[in-house]
Design a protein. Structure first.
Length: 425
């Protein structure tokens, strides 16, 4: 059996216009608008609670209104997403008992409750059930604690629109990070709230997000807290921030981490932890996992670079290479980062031979590792494709074939959907 949404061809949640359409669809004809008796009214609202809208006011008795409140569900149990039944209950009949029944049946019914019956506890209960109910809470009941309860939900960032500005604090945004997917939530968090404390909470939730943290916040304290929260973070800590206390903390959590302790600190770590040696089996497992994780990070970076350069190639073909001025990171350009510098050379109309010489020189003098040379070669290929105005599909293919099989991301393999194919079907 089709749902009400399928029948009406509307999306969930329903708007008020959808509800009106649904009501008329369920009622079927104008006969329901000619309700003459309480018995007819009861029959109508038992079939569909929101039919109370069409019951004459003189027939909206306590019994009829209570039945309407109790029957604002579809036959398959799909609760309607408005509080319309309570909306059409006469004010004199909106008792504490009836309103409690309405809110229990549909939390959004709080929109139509008398303010005198609304309590702080009720507000907390309804926003815990559904964050978007925050929009129906009277302003005088909105507190920072209530707003935090709303955003604690998995999709709590959606309720931000209804949070008063004075309650939008770092504490509130931290709760969003704790309870939502970073990939989505980050779009809703203004820069001024991304403090050191904020970034620490980000990393506490997912240590892989260390790469997202701006360098200015990666202090000794940050790294120590990161390791306390996740011992694996020790692999990301720059040498200048590794301290005796950090190694002690790591070994307290996992004794096999002792094998990563420098020789000159092992005695002190042993005194503090009682650990004299790490388990060799666990250490070998760590090495295997570390290599695997590094491979994953490299693949992720290669994929991002290929996608970005493919997008740039598409923009340059559609809008002209000068349009890329709006897409490159100016800060990285000032630092002479390879990608940004290469793109800027293409924008400035630098000849192909000069761009090639620049990249070849950079490869010779700046990159040492196997992965770094591959990354630079991919960037070089992408920049030259942009400079030549090549088809984005061709550009993506040229970059992909430069990546060895042991590093190529699954999403870029010839047998997989590439960025360009995904985007354009």
């Amino acid at each position: 059996m089709d749902s009400i949404y399928d029948i009406l061809g509307v999306d969930d949640p329903l708007t008020k216009e959808d509800i009106d359409l649904l009501t008329e669809s369920v009622l079927g004809n104008d006969s329901f608008r000619e309700i003459k008796t309480v018995e007819q009214a009861l029959e109508a609202v038992k079939n569909f609670g929101d039919a109370l809208k069409y019951v004459p006011e003189e027939l909206r008795t306590a019994e009829v209104c209570l039945e309407a409140i109790r029957h604002s569900e579809w036959v398959k149990g799909e609760i309607l997403t408005t509080g319309n039944a309570l909306e059409f209950v006469p004010e004199t009949l909106k008792t504490a008992e009836l309103c409690a029944e309405a809110v229990k049946n549909n939390c959004k019914a709080i929109e139509f409750m008398p303010k005198s019956l609304i309590t702080a506890k009720l507000c907390t209960d309804v926003v815990k059930y559904y964050c978007m109910v925050l929009q129906y809470i009277p302003e005088e009941f909105k507190t920072q604690e209530l707003c935090i309860e709303a955003v604690k939900q998995k999709s709590g960032y959606l309720a931000l629109e209804y949070v008063p500005e004075k309650f939008k604090t770092t504490k509130l945004y931290i709760e969003i990070v704790k309870n939502s997917y970073w990939l989505i939530a980050q779009k809703y968090i203004p820069e001024q709230f991304r403090t050191a404390k904020f970034w620490l909470e980000v990393v506490k939730k997912d240590s892989d997000l260390i790469t997202e943290v701006p360098e200015e916040f990666k202090t000794a304290e940050f790294w120590y807290e990161a390791v306390k929260n996740n011992v694996w973070s020790l692999t990301d800590v720059p040498e200048e921030f590794k301290t005796l206390d950090m190694y002690i903390e790591a070994v307290k959590q996992e004794d096999w981490m002792f094998m990563l302790v420098p020789e000159n600190l092992k005695v002190q770590v042993t005194r503090a932890t009682g650990v004299q040696q790490g388990g060799a089996e666990n250490f070998l497992l760590y090495k295997h996992n570390f290599i695997y994780l590094q491979k994953g990070k490299n693949e992720n970076e290669l994929e991002k670079i290929c996608i970005k350069l493919t997008e740039f190639c598409e923009i340059a073909r559609r809008e002209g290479v000068i349009a890329l001025e709006n897409y490159i990171d100016k800060e990285k350009l000032s630092e002479k980062a390879l990608l940004e510098t290469g793109i800027q050379m293409a924008i400035d109309g630098v000849e192909r031979e000069i761009i090639e010489k620049y990249f070849n020189s950079w490869l010779t003098t700046n990159f040492n590792t196997y992965y770094e040379k591959i990354l630079a070669s991919v960037i070089k290929s992408g920049v030259l494709s942009i400079q030549a105005g090549e088809n984005p599909k061709v550009a993506e293919y040229k970059m992909t074939i430069l990546i060895p099989e042991d590093l190529i991301p699954d999403s870029l393999l010839p047998s997989k959907e590439t960025y360009f194919r995904r985007k354009n079907g």
